[in-house]
Structure formats: C-alpha cells, structure tokens
Design a protein around this ligand. Structure first.
Ligand SMILES: [Zn+2]
Length: 357
C-alpha cells in the first residue's frame, strides 16, 4: 500500500462572497497581492477593497498577469518585490489568469485564494495549471501539492461576465460525467476514485436542469439561483471530481472520446483557432453516447444541446465525415480513451458519426 493525499478546496458562493475574505484569509497573514486579468480585476477590485476595508488584511497591488498562462509571465511577477513580500496571492479572473497566479504561488511557496470571475472551467478549484508557450500553443500541465486555500465565487460578478464562457463551460463540464462514468463502468473502485466517479453525475445534472435558465440569466446579468448552481457545477464540482478521479495504478479515468475527438480535430489546419474547446467537447459526448448505444441519454443530451445552441452534428462544427475519418487513428491513440470498458475501433466511430453527420 502506498500513501495517498487528496486535496479539496473549500468555497464561499453568493452575491457578497468576498465579505468572507477577512475571516478566511487572516490566519495566512496580513498582506495580499492580487494577480489577475485586466477585465476581471476591473470587475472585482471595488468589491475586494470594500471587503478588506477595516480588517487585518491589506491588498498591496493589483497586477495584470499578461495575456497567456506562461512560465515567462509568471517569472515577471515572481521577480516583483511586491509579490515577493506578500503573504498570500489572490488569483482573480478566468482560467489563464488563475493558472498563472497559481504558478507564482507555487514557485514562491505562498498560499493562494481563487476569485473566479466567470464560470467556464475549474481552474479555481483544481490543483493543476495548464501552461502555454508565449505563442499560445500548449506547453505542459503543472501539478500542485496544494489547491486554493479557499475559493470565493461572487455570483454578481459571474452574472455580468459574457455568457459565451458559461455556454462553452457547460459542454466541457457535463463531459466530465459522461467520460468518467464510462471509463469506470462496472469497476469496484477504492475510496477516492469511487467518490469522484459518483460525484461526477453532479457535473451533468445541474447543468441539464438549470443550464438554459442560467444562460438566459447570465445574458440579463441576473445572479439567479440557477446561475449559481451552474457556476458551482463548473467551478467547484469539476475541480473536486478531477482531484478525486486521478490517475491510479497508471489507469486514467479522467478522459474519454469527447476530449480525444477535440484533440484529434485540432490536427486539422485551423480547427483549434476557430473552435471553442468546451463546445466541441460537449458535442463529442453525443458521439460517445451513440457509440455506446445509450439511446435514452443520447436523446436527452441532444435535446439539451439544441435548447442551448450547442452543436448536435459534425456539420455544425464544420467537419465532414472524410475529415473525421482522417483523424480516427489519432482519436484511438489518445490517452483519454486508453482506459475504456471495451475496445474502440475506427468502424465504431464512423458508424456512429454517420448518424451525427
Ligand atoms: Zn476539457
């Protein structure tokens, strides 16, 4: 038996979530520095300053991380004396800003708190950062020992973010359920894996139940109950699931056909630049369900995708069956599908794709 640690961050959600900052952060020191995206910090600055006013916490500076989550941008901030002297880091923004701030926290060995300003991914609650090269191409995953000391989700700020982030985040998030549950099918799992696999259903259900209303409320700037439930699903549940459903005994449960399809299609010239990850991944779940012969779930998800405008055919993502056929080897070779309940074949993919053409 080997030792194993699981790290799950706590969170506060609501229209006044930042008011919890003094009580949650005081034990980590007195001085915080904010690292974030320009727009995100503009949206959060006033509320953050108001939240710490009169408390033991002070904010030394608000620093724009750059435009990309890179080691180079992190290094600039790591060399900044204001950042070096701060007791803790407040990561404010979307995935890239948060991941860059996490990198700075890791390198300078400081605790960090996450303040997601849009509901599109689980960067705020996961213990991995996705790092890019300065040209925007993928570089590597950086794994952390610690996750955020606490996550503060201000639903008023989330409600005012552009709804495209939530829209794409929905597809990427429900994929977690479809992908994780099929890779773990019929397996008796140890504690944390079993928790994560069971919890993964919560990456889908609230989105299918509340997603349409949440999107409408996001467009109207209303921090409704439905939007809050969807934000928690995308930001928190997915992060928890990905930390529980981790690679174990060299078996990867955290992936599936939807992601393998996206990465394979990115081999086609121009695809990556013109398609949003979560939108294609959301469609890819339909391919998985048709291959799997799960008619009931396929019909349910297809109807949901139609209602919220996510694609339901290859032609809607601009892909012909010939183009798909040219990347099927790449799909089958992807590590996302290496742990699957049955062997996948090119014929299975193409037969299912005919129905989704
Ligand atoms: Zn994804």
């Amino acid at each position: 038996m080997t030792n194993y640690s699981i790290i799950i961050p706590s969170y506060t959600v609501g229209p006044e979530a930042y008011k919890e900052v003094p009580v949650r952060c005081a034990r980590y020191g007195k001085c915080a520095v904010v690292i974030g995206g320009q727009k995100a910090m503009a949206a959060a600055k006033e509320k953050l300053l108001e939240a710490v006013e009169g408390s033991s916490i002070s904010i030394a500076d608000f620093i724009v991380y750059g435009m990309e989550a890179t080691f180079e941008n992190a290094a600039v901030m790591e060399a900044n004396p204001v950042v070096q002297e701060a007791d803790m880091i407040f990561a404010v923004g979307g995935g890239k800003a948060t991941d860059t701030a996490k990198l700075v926290a890791l390198h300078l060995n400081k605790p960090y708190f996450a303040f997601p300003t849009l509901a599109s991914n689980c960067a705020a609650s996961s213990s991995v950062a996705i790092i890019y090269n300065p040209d925007g191409s993928f570089r590597e995953f950086v794994h952390f020992l610690d996750s955020a000391a606490h996550v503060f989700i201000d639903t008023d700020i989330i409600a005012r973010a552009p709804s495209e982030y939530l829209w794409a985040g929905i597809g990427d998030t429900y994929a977690k359920y479809y992908e994780v549950s099929i890779s773990a099918r019929d397996e008796i799992l140890e504690h944390f894996l079993a928790m994560g696999v069971n919890m993964s259903r919560m990456c889908m259900e609230p989105l299918v139940n509340f997603g349409e209303k949440a999107l409408a409320d996001n467009r109207a700037g209303i921090a409704s109950y439905e939007l809050e439930q969807c934000a928690l699903t995308i930001i928190i549940t997915t992060g928890w699931v990905s930390m529980l459903v981790t690679r174990r005994h060299n078996m990867l449960y955290n992936g599936g056909i939807a992601h393998a399809l996206f990465y394979a299609l990115c081999d086609l010239p121009g695809f990556d630049e013109t398609h949003i990850h979560g939108v294609v991944v959301g469609f890819g779940c339909l391919l998985q369900l048709v291959i799997d012969g799960d008619e009931e779930e396929y019909v349910k998800l297809r109807e949901f995708n139609r209602r919220i405008g996510l694609p339901v055919t290859f032609s809607e993502i601009g892909i012909t069956l010939d183009q798909l056929e040219s990347v099927t080897d790449r799909i089958l070779a992807d590590e996302d599908v290496e742990h699957y309940p049955y062997p996948l074949t090119k014929e299975m993919i193409m037969k299912a794709a005919e129905r989704l053409a």
